[in-house]
Design a protein around this ligand. Structure first.
Ligand code: ADP
Length: 330
């Protein structure tokens, strides 16, 4: 498909170049013709005035000059055709490459998403079919089944919301509305949202952020800190502490979310920001919900703010996620 489109674009570039080249070659040929005829006429006129018996003009030479000139033009156009053919092919490739990367990425996104959606849908379908075939299904069993299915549907809803959010961030035309914000304005709602989950695990949340001013998209940054705090809660054993701190340098504001959780192995470290990536420990632990989209969304939000996100971690000791947002927006 890429090669076919590239060839088509090459053909269009070539067509435009050749139409222009042939058009101007035609004009040049006609002008040279006119000039040669004018030269012949003037020469004939001068001979007639100067000599009583004027010598005859060698018109064949003039015709031959015209033919040779035409041949030269044909050769030049042939050269232009070959050179511009190669250049057009190269330029068409350069023009289409970013589109190819985007389409490949979108296709991968669609196939990854369908794969993730298929597993819970298949398990829902199977459990419903098995229960329907069970003639001795009691009301109690049916209620349990409905409850399980509802949990599964809720998880599917979270997945579809995350997919929608991620696809919105992948859209290059997606514009964020930036405004002046105070850091506490972002951290407080994120903490409030996470608190019930943290309380369930008896985790202590310590907010040591300073009330710094930054410039960004309010809801997006609130989402970003919620994702990081949610992960810190999800991947911490009970009764541990999660700390949020902030730092300001000359060029950036950094927010650090530190937990005393399970940590990330060096093997997983390079992949955790990839879509749908879950470390084996998270995948095998069915009590830790998630689809491996949170950090991919977090990364997109940070990139939209021209910032960076990094992590340091030690297995079974804890992790620190650092978000740096440049100050030149503030
Ligand atoms: P999810 O949490 O839904 O699996 P994320 O994209 O948020 O997806 O995280 C990707 C993976 O990175 C997780 O599956 C987990 O293995 C790892 N991870 C993220 N945050 C932490 C953390 N605070 N502590 C340990 N591991 C983490």
């Amino acid at each position: 498909m890429f090669t076919q489109t590239r060839l088509k674009l090459t053909a269009w570039y070539l067509l435009i170049i050749m139409v222009i080249s042939i058009f101007f070659s035609g004009i040049i040929y006609r002008m040279v013709n006119v000039e040669l005829n004018r030269f012949a006429n003037i020469q004939r006129f001068r001979f007639e005035r100067r000599f009583p018996t004027p010598p005859t003009l060698d018109l064949d030479l003039i015709e031959e000059t015209k033919r040779r000139f035409l041949l030269i033009l044909v050769f030049i156009n042939g050269g232009i055709l070959i050179i511009s053919g190669g250049l057009s092919f190269f330029l068409a490739g350069k023009t289409l490459y970013p589109i190819k990367v985007m389409i490949d990425d979108q296709n991968r996104f669609i196939s990854d998403s369908s794969h993730e959606l298929r597993t819970p849908i298949t398990s829902l379908k199977t459990s419903l079919e098995v229960s329907l075939r069970d003639k001795k299904l009691s009301v109690k069993d049916a209620k349990k089944l409905l409850r399980d299915n509802l949990n599964e549907v809720n998880r599917l809803q979270i997945l579809s919301d995350d997919l929608l959010q991620l696809s919105r961030y992948q859209d290059p035309n997606h514009q964020l509305v930036f405004q002046k914000l105070s850091l506490s304005e972002l951290i407080k709602p994120a903490i409030n949202q996470i608190k019930p989950l943290a309380n369930k695990k008896q985790l202590t949340l310590i907010d040591q952020t300073k009330n710094l001013t930054l410039y960004g998209a309010k809801n997006r940054l609130a989402d970003l800190f919620t994702i990081l705090l949610d992960n810190a809660v999800k991947y911490s054993p009970p009764q541990k502490t999660i700390t949020i701190t902030s730092r300001k340098t000359d060029s950036a504001i950094s927010v650090l979310v530190t937990d005393q959780g399970i940590g990330i192995s060096p093997k997983d470290m390079p992949h955790i920001f990839d879509r749908f990536y879950r470390a084996d420990s998270a995948r095998s632990n069915s009590r830790v919900p998630g689809y491996g989209l949170g950090l991919a969304i977090a990364k997109k939000i940070v990139e939209a703010h021209h910032g960076s996100i990094s992590v340091t971690s030690q297995l079974n000791q804890g992790s620190t996620f650092t978000v740096s947002l440049p100050l030149h927006f503030s």
